[in-house]
Design a protein around this ligand. Structure first.
Ligand code: KIV
Length: 257
């Protein structure tokens, strides 16, 4: 087993798992020091390309961004999202997962869904591909982004699916936007770690979209905490550059040949 996967699994019930997204080398190399897992999320479709949903993200887009991220990740486990319509049956899932791994040298792939994708996960695991699951709100198939777990049938389904994913062999499961007590139940039920986004402190780890926590992405979801305002910093830096250029203060002799 990949030593990072072993480390992540052994953190369950001991210490929290830190996961963030990256879409490029420069961000990946900064956050790598502080993360256990770096996810090349298909959220890049909405964050970088203004797509209305992640359904439009292609395999090639995921591969190109992941190749860039790979150059910045030295110690964290690197996970790549398999985009929409790339794992509709076991054969397709295996072909595309192998392609992602061979082209990007990532450590694992992430797939969204429960019972419906059981066979796809099984075949990947049988072929020694590490898989991360994803339950709760599933952006690749969601018709709305309301949190899950208020209704009894939703709770039952997520609990059943999480056990199924574990049986299929995933090494951890992302729980997106689910009610706090359900996150607690799922986490207790599983022997593998749960990684929450909008799923309370009751999970074994947390993931956020890095652009959201940096204040680079204009999003106002309840589960996002802005830890910085990089937008303001970029604004200030470019404004200073503009002023220097106009006043002929840049470049000086120091910056010239
Ligand atoms: O695509 C993504 O960034 C994700 C995280 C939000 C978990 O799946």
């Amino acid at each position: 087993m990949n030593k990072n996967i072993f480390k992540i699994k052994s953190k369950k019930d001991k210490s929290k798992i830190v996961c963030l997204t990256a879409y490029s080398k420069n961000i990946a190399s900064i956050i790598d020091k502080h993360c256990d897992i770096i996810l090349v999320g298909d959220s890049l479709g909405s964050v970088l390309y203004n797509f209305s949903s992640t359904k439009k993200v292609s395999l090639d887009m995921m591969i190109e961004h992941s190749k860039s991220v790979r150059m910045g990740v030295k110690k964290s486990l690197m996970v790549v999202d398999m985009p929409h319509n790339t794992y509709r049956n076991p054969k397709e899932a295996l072909k595309n997962a192998k392609k992602i791994i061979s082209k990007t040298k990532c450590d694992a792939v992430k797939l969204e869904g429960g019972k419906k994708i059981y066979k796809m996960i099984q075949i990947l695991v049988k072929n020694k591909i590490q898989v991360m699951g994803h339950l709760g709100v599933l952006p690749q198939s969601a018709t709305n982004f309301k949190f899950k777990g208020r209704k009894l049938n939703e709770r039952k389904k997520i609990l059943e699916d999480s056990k199924l994913l574990e049986k299929a062999g995933v090494f951890s499961i992302v729980l997106e936007c689910i009610e706090s007590s359900l996150a607690k139940e799922v986490t207790k039920l599983l022997n593998i770690p749960s990684i929450g986004i909008g799923a309370s402190v009751n999970c074994d780890g947390q993931v956020l979209v890095t652009d959201d926590l940096l204040g680079l992405n204009k999003i106002s979801a309840r589960f996002v905490k802005k830890y910085s305002n990089v937008e303001q910093q970029i604004n200030n830096a470019t404004l200073r550059f503009k002023k220097d250029v106009i006043k002929k203060k840049f470049p000086t002799k120091k910056h010239s040949y």
